[in-house]
Ligand binder design. Structure first.
Ligand code: GLN
Length: 195
């Protein structure tokens, strides 16, 4: 059996995510095929989707104009595996920034650019529930999760701020797990597809 992973490809680190999912599949012994999602009609065929970082204003607008937003909503509501990173987390969660049309399918309030000016980009080793060793996380103009709903678990915090969440098969990170050679977060999403 092979698992089809679609990475929303309207903007952001698409090829890095596709590669990370392939490598995570290899590590788990799962045959992973990947596809870029640039228009409607692809998400319904995907077992797993990734929504990358980039600029959440642009990504949310393109999802809507391309007719991908409702398909993503359906996928998440049907329990499909999903990895949403940085801007992807902003778009799938709830933000009160009205320049972003967030979908609200991850029950988490997300604050854009929460680390502000001088700490726009930084790296940190963080402990993440479900991983046995710390994860080296790259933060780029990253958001934080300011509140989560009852069905959403906090996976990781950085100095008191929530930076990774899990809701069923959906994992959201404020940082960029596709930018390092450590694919354990992509593996977390693929687990459950290994039979
Ligand atoms: N690296 C990122 O994805 C940055 C997200 C960006 N700050 C936004 O609000 O959309």
């Amino acid at each position: 059996m092979s698992v089809l992973v679609g990475v929303v490809g309207v903007q952001g680190d698409v090829s890095e995510h596709r590669e990370a999912f392939r490598r995570a599949g290899e590590a788990l012994g799962i045959d992973v095929e990947t596809v870029g999602i640039r228009g409607s009609g692809v998400v319904p065929d995907c077992d797993v989707i990734g929504v990358p970082g980039g600029e959440s204003t642009t990504i949310s607008r393109l999802l809507r104009t391309e007719g991908i937003d409702e398909e993503v909503r359906q996928h998440v509501e049907n329990g499909g595996g999903t990895l949403a990173t940085c801007a992807g987390l902003i778009v799938l969660g709830n933000t009160d920034d009205d320049r972003v049309e967030s979908l609200g399918v991850i029950d988490a309030d997300v604050e854009r650019n929460a680390f502000g000016g001088q700490r726009e980009s930084f790296e940190a080793d963080i402990d993440l529930n479900g991983l046995d060793k710390p994860f080296h996380a790259v933060f780029i103009r990253a958001p934080v999760v300011s509140d989560v709903g009852d069905d959403t678990d906090v996976l990781a915090e950085l100095r008191g701020d929530t930076v990774a969440v899990k809701q069923g098969n959906v994992v959201g990170t404020a940082f960029h797990p596709e930018l390092t050679d450590d694919h354990r977060i992509h593996e977390l999403v693929l687990r459950g597809y290994d039979d």
